[in-house]
Design a binder for this molecule. Structure first.
Ligand SMILES: C[S@@+](CC[C@H](N)C(=O)[O-])C[C@H]1O[C@@H](n2cnc3c(N)ncnc32)[C@H](O)[C@@H]1O
Length: 385
């Protein structure tokens, strides 16, 4: 486990540990790489083979959108390959086992599926994950654009027309028990190792409960609420000061991030516009802003985001735009090429932008220098600007 020690406690070095994990993953996938840069990897092939090469506990967020099976789209690989629902679910279950293995204990997964399959998918996840939500994506059309739903014959329907999609949101369960929480266990195990009782740790952090003297610590150890960063810093300092341990994990390695506020979608009904048709659109392309929403809500900057069914590569772009690292797998040659082009273009733009920023910085510096010159001799006007 990557750790902090008492001197380095305030440095955001968890990012270095993500960087190391990323390099290791790239090395494991070397023979399958189609594109790789310091922040993005694209590997071509069957995701079930590829994911087996990813080391344990190295991924912070999985965002994944497999073939739905129920939609029977011939233009999506593996959407029509499974003769029975059971065969499809058995296939997904093999991924779930791998996802649990590669995710960090404080990681999260968003799994896109149809409303018809979501109940059974959740059932599979429940073996090794805690289900935190079943998000309904209502898929509205942009104003002024009529999807084909308006054109179909309503009288021919035999059930409610399934216009929404589902996103199963889950975290790895700890010791197969929904009431056991990873971070709570880390605090408790280390407190016991240091020979402190809950009351003594409370004394150190100063977080007295209103009713119970060891209140805050017992709530943390039960996973009922989270210490904030300052409280966690005090816990680490207090435990390390006993001399019985020399390090504690980074905050970003034990607490599952979840960042929402009243300005963004915080309920489990999402109204992101679906992607309008355009030349070269992937048949199941998800809106970039919805993917960014998942990533910003459920990961820290620098974290590694995995998409096993990358399609158009939108997850990778969303991850890069939000300063995360991205790993994409895709089987279909056509989409592998499309993602490669998209990543190349995106990274080239980034470089162009940073060069632009650099030249702006140089221009600013020159202006400042020029101003200094002007003020020192009081005569010359700066030639720049
Ligand atoms: C539902 S689409 C994903 C769309 C994507 N989320 C987007 O926004 O563009 C599923 C993708 O998984 C790919 N796929 C199917 N089976 C696969 C496999 N075994 N390994 C890797 N990719 C696979 C398909 O080619 C397809 O592009």
């Amino acid at each position: 486990m990557h750790t902090i020690n008492s001197e380095k406690m305030h440095q955001p070095t968890y990012k270095n540990s993500r960087q190391k994990d990323f390099i290791q993953i790239a090395q494991q996938l070397l023979g399958d790489l189609v594109f790789d840069s310091s922040d993005a990897i694209l590997a071509g092939g069957d995701a079930l083979d590829l994911i087996k090469k990813i080391p344990d506990n190295s991924i912070s967020l999985i965002l994944t959108d497999p073939p739905y099976h129920s939609t029977k789209k011939k233009n999506i690989k593996n959407d029509t390959s499974f003769d029975t629902d059971k065969a499809f679910l058995d296939w997904i279950n093999q991924f779930i086992i791998e996802w649990k293995r590669v995710l960090k204990p404080n990681g999260s997964i968003y799994f896109f599926c149809s409303s018809k399959m979501s109940g059974r998918i959740e059932g599979l996840f429940m073996e090794s994950f805690n289900i935190l939500g079943n998000i309904v994506w209502s898929k509205p059309n942009e104003p002024g654009f009529d999807g084909w739903k308006q054109k179909m014959k309503k009288e021919a329907l035999r059930q409610w027309y399934p216009h929404s999609e589902r996103i199963v949101f889950a975290e790895p369960s700890y010791e197969g028990n929904i009431f056991k929480v990873w971070f709570a266990n880390v605090i408790k195990e280390n407190r016991i190792k240091c020979g402190l009782n809950m009351k003594e740790l409370t004394e150190i952090t100063g977080d007295y409960g209103k009713v119970n003297h060891g209140g805050a610590v017992s709530n943390w150890e039960a996973g009922r609420n989270l210490p904030n960063r300052e409280q966690y810093r005090k816990i680490c300092e207090g435990l390390i000061a006993t001399g019985k341990i020399d390090s504690m994990p980074f905050y970003e390695d034990i607490f599952r991030p979840f960042n929402v506020n009243s300005d963004i979608e915080f309920t489990d009904v999402w109204d992101f516009y679906s992607v309008r048709p355009y030349k070269g659109k992937h048949p199941a392309e998800k809106p970039l802003n919805m993917l960014e929403h998942c990533i910003v809500s459920s990961s820290y900057e620098g974290d590694i985001v995995l998409d096993c069914f990358a399609g158009s590569g939108s997850t990778a772009i969303a991850a890069l735009k939000t300063n995360r690292k991205s790993i994409s797998f895709e089987l279909d040659e056509k989409w592998i090429n499309a993602i490669e082009n998209r990543l190349e273009k995106f990274e080239k733009n980034q470089i162009d932008l940073s060069q632009l920023n650099n030249s702006q910085a140089i221009m600013k510096l020159t202006k400042t220098e020029a101003q200094v010159q002007v003020s020192s001799n009081g005569k010359h006007q700066p030639t720049l600007f």
